[in-house]
Design a protein. Structure first.
Length: 254
């Protein structure tokens, strides 16, 4: 299997919602190869008319590293087709085995790339919001190695953000996060779970952008990574994510 073939296979799998074999079961896939495939999959989507909306960080919390059995921070690329408006109904029809996780989202206000400090990261922001990510690994049972999941765009499927709040007026180090499904609290966590401070995830995103030879641009979003393990997302559910002093975001599935 060539990288071009793998790109086509993973693109089709994400579009129609079917599982595929893990590439590392049959070929050797280096991390740079895996990122090249991830980029090529997204380029196919952009060529079909989608637009880039930012990046998502993965495995920035211990809860996620332990749940998925990997231990390196990665990223995936977001497009407008993955974006869900706050309060909207999300059709899970095209997804395989969706999971939802609570996140903190950053809105970029001025370009960042390469090595920056947390203080520079916060100054680059136009806003911060409570968010969720809907994951849908294209591998059976959400089982993968690091190169597999990177090639599969870090399991990205959908995401939604609450109302943007000013980022520089509050301490983001320990924001309590709560996930409710149908009015019942099903998970709680803290933004501190994200690399000890979610701004570190933004710093890591800028570093990965620098390594990829790009910048995170004004208007783009950075999902900082989940603060808890991901939860199975059923149809017909009303999910609400609340962040202490940061508002919330809601979605209803069908
Ligand atoms: C990979 C994506 C990880 C996060 O927030 O840590 C991720 C997966 O768990 O399938 O999005
Ligand atoms: Mg995530």
């Amino acid at each position: 299997m060539t990288l071009a073939q793998l790109t086509e296979i993973l693109d089709a799998a994400a579009v129609d919602g079917h599982t595929v074999d893990r590439p590392t079961d049959s070929i050797e896939l280096t991390l740079p190869d895996a990122y090249a495939v991830q980029r090529a999959v997204i380029e196919r989507r952009l060529a079909r008319g989608e637009s880039s909306t930012g990046v998502k960080m993965g495995f920035t919390s211990r809860a996620k590293m332990v749940q998925m059995g990997v231990d390196d921070v990665i990223w995936g690329l977001l497009t407008d087709a993955m974006q869900v408006e706050d309060g909207a109904v999300l059709d899970l029809g095209g997804l395989i085995h969706p999971r939802i996780e609570p996140e903190i989202a950053f809105l970029i206000g001025s370009p960042i790339s390469g090595r920056i400090t947390p203080a520079e990261a916060v100054r680059s922001l136009a806003g911060v919001a409570v968010a969720y990510e809907v994951l849908d690994s294209r591998y059976e049972g959400f089982r993968f190695t690091l190169p597999d999941v990177i090639a599969d765009n870090a399991s990205a499927a959908r995401y939604g953000c609450g109302i943007w709040q000013p980022a520089d007026v509050r301490d983001l180090s320990n924001i309590g996060l709560l996930v409710e499904i149908d009015g019942r609290v099903v998970a709680t966590g803290s933004s501190a779970a994200i690399l000890g401070h979610p701004l570190r995830s933004l710093v890591a995103a800028a570093r990965l952008a620098g390594e990829a030879g790009i910048a995170l641009e004004p208007g783009q979003i950075v999902l900082a990574g989940a603060a808890t393990a991901a939860l199975p997302l059923p149809r017909g559910a009303h999910v609400r994510i609340l962040g202490d002093g940061l508002g919330g975001v809601e979605v209803t599935t069908r």
